[in-house]
Design a binder for this molecule. Structure first.
Ligand code: NAG
Ligand code: NAG
Ligand code: NAG
Ligand code: NAG
Ligand code: NAG
Ligand code: ZN
Length: 480
């Protein structure tokens, strides 16, 4: 990249920033020369003349203050309490006050109600449930209950973000509902994270609605999350993102490998709910890496991998780990974008195992294997992501790329939002082989733009910018 050319367009982009033309054509740049043969392979091609290098959104003071409030001691106490119920197996007793999933459910709900008292009426606690009939991992009709803390958005309450952890647990035999199943990591860690965020967010005023959920029935077949996702879908709720936290309590793997400053986020490619026409179109235009779930994962990386969280985010282009599934799948199946956070190195001797020592190895999901400071950092990643989503304008609607002419431009259009807090729009782009957005062009409060960058060579997205500086996840354009 040549510096003079770069600066020239940086100036142009700035000069145009306040211009409210509804359509805009930027001048054609002079092509820079490739510097080496390796560049194209390393995602440094095409040379970057359009827009400026994308700088990740930094947390503002309000968000930093909330991040500082995440307390590893509270997370430890919650996990300890959840473990104390002996087993939280979905089939375990629901009418003992000390042992079993019913006692755990009631305790989580009462804690959430305490947090809600700080919310001046913004946060409501509900325990919706249903009776699940007999199924492969449900030998008798069983009440499945979710504990939900809903914070009503102050500006855009009909736009919803969901975060969950599952509070049920298991041992080796998935039908064994009487043996001790501490589930300290799987998934008291995710449940504690969600509860700690509920405590902090109870005092905040998010613009969009946030639902924080402790869900049940995960180990028996994702029942609680499916019930939640279908309830939201049946009421045509606009869920613009779901974050699943499952096994977020340890960074030490079964070979002793440690990576305490990384969280994996699993993000599926093309949605299975897309019609065959849209799916075929997606493949034809090279959009297979730009599913809503992957845009959500990129968003999380942009707003939450920084000094304020102390974490790196490793995006995995995959629905989940091999042989495993999780509650994000329920939301993906309902047509929503959803991602899963999971620790970087797992120890399978500590998951889904009867408590025992065998050949000198301790098996079982015991609290002694949980790193509370690590879980607290993962909580910060989720808080930064969730808060940034809720403070930004909603995702941009009906983004299209004009493919009716053979030319070397890119013409993008979208629906102008009526959000009173909207400042304008940005086009983001990246080389097709790059994982994250590399460049951004401020296009003001327009509903279309023509960029002198060939639509054939890069991936584009459009995102909305709020007056508060928060930016929505990008929307990938399809041909009109
Ligand atoms: C590209 O390379 C040619 C030949 O070396 C040179 O004359 C030209 O100035 C270069 N263009 C740019 C934009 O650097
Ligand atoms: C406890 O719950 C089970 C079903 O989970 C029910 O069959 C039983 O009658 C209940 N016992 C009491 C004392 O309520
Ligand atoms: C959602 O709607 C479908 C179709 O009407 C129905 O079968 C299902 O029970 C509903 N689920 C929930 C959780 O409301
Ligand atoms: C423990 O060792 C015995 C004897 O070598 C072996 O059969 C068994 O599979 C081992 N258990 C585990 C969990 O590796
Ligand atoms: C936006 O997209 C939706 C769904 O594809 C479509 O039904 C609607 O007509 C579009 N609206 C406009 C103004 O293009
Ligand atoms: Zn789990």
């Amino acid at each position: 990249m040549l510096l003079p050319t770069f600066c020239f367009y940086l100036l142009l982009a700035t000069a145009c920033a306040n211009d409210l033309l509804l359509s805009r054509k930027l001048p054609v740049p002079v092509a820079a020369n490739s510097t080496s043969y390796a560049d194209c392979a390393n995602a440094a091609w095409p040379p970057s003349e359009v827009g400026v290098e994308l700088v990740p959104q930094a947390p503002d003071d309000e968000l930093k203050e909330m991040l500082n409030a995440v307390d590893s001691v509270r997370i430890e106490a919650i996990i300890e309490k959840l473990v104390s119920f002996g087993t939280r197996h979905t089939l375990s007793t629901q009418n003992d006050t000390k042992r079993g999933i019913g006692a755990a459910r009631d305790w989580i709900a009462s804690e959430m109600r305490n947090y809600a008292e700080q919310s001046e009426g913004r946060m409501t606690i509900t325990v919706p449930g249903y009776i699940q009939g007999i199924a492969s991992r449900i030998p008798f009709p069983t009440k499945i209950s979710n504990v939900l803390a809903t914070i009503k958005g102050s500006v855009d309450p009909s736009r919803v973000y969901v975060i969950t952890g599952h509070y049920d647990s298991r041992v080796t035999n998935v039908l064994d509902y009487t043996s001790d199943a501490p589930g300290a990591n799987d998934d008291a860690s995710g449940t504690a994270l969600v509860m700690e965020l509920a405590r902090i967010l109870a005092k905040a005023k998010p613009k969009a609605t946030i639902i924080l959920g402790a869900v049940a029935g995960e180990e028996q077949g994702l029942y609680g999350s499916a019930f939640l996702a279908q309830t939201l879908k049946n009421s045509s709720t606009n869920v613009e993102g779901m974050l699943n936290n499952d096994i977020v309590g340890s960074s030490t793997g079964d070979r002793g490998q440690r990576d305490p400053f990384t969280i994996r986020v699993f993000a599926q490619g093309p949605p299975l709910t897309e019609s065959s026409t849209v799916a075929a179109r997606r493949l034809q235009i090279g959009g297979e890496n730009d599913s809503p779930a992957r845009e959500l994962a990129r968003f999380s990386n942009e707003v939450a991998a920084n000094d304020a969280t102390g974490m790196n985010i490793a995006i995995i282009y995959r629905l989940d780990r091999f042989l495993r599934g999780g509650d994000h799948s329920s939301f993906l199946q309902a047509g929503y974008s959803a991602i899963r956070y999971t620790e970087p190195n797992e120890n399978f001797a500590h998951q889904h195992q009867d408590l025992r020592v065998e050949n000198g190895t301790q098996y079982g999901d015991l609290i002694e294997f949980v790193d509370f400071e690590y879980t607290a950092r993962v909580a910060k990643v989720n808080l930064a992501t969730l808060w940034s989503l809720s403070q930004a304008p909603g995702q941009v609607r009906n983004v299209t790329v004009d493919t009716t002419a053979l030319d070397n431009d890119c013409r993008l259009s979208w629906i102008l939002s009526t959000d009173a807090d909207l400042a304008g729009y940005e086009v983001v782009w990246r080389p097709t082989t790059a994982s994250l957005w590399t460049h951004v062009v401020d296009v003001g409060k327009a509903n279309s733009v023509t960029l002198p960058l060939s639509k054939d060579n890069v991936i584009f997205g459009v995102r909305a910018v709020g007056k508060n500086g928060y930016k929505s996840p990008a929307t990938y354009p399809f041909p009109a």
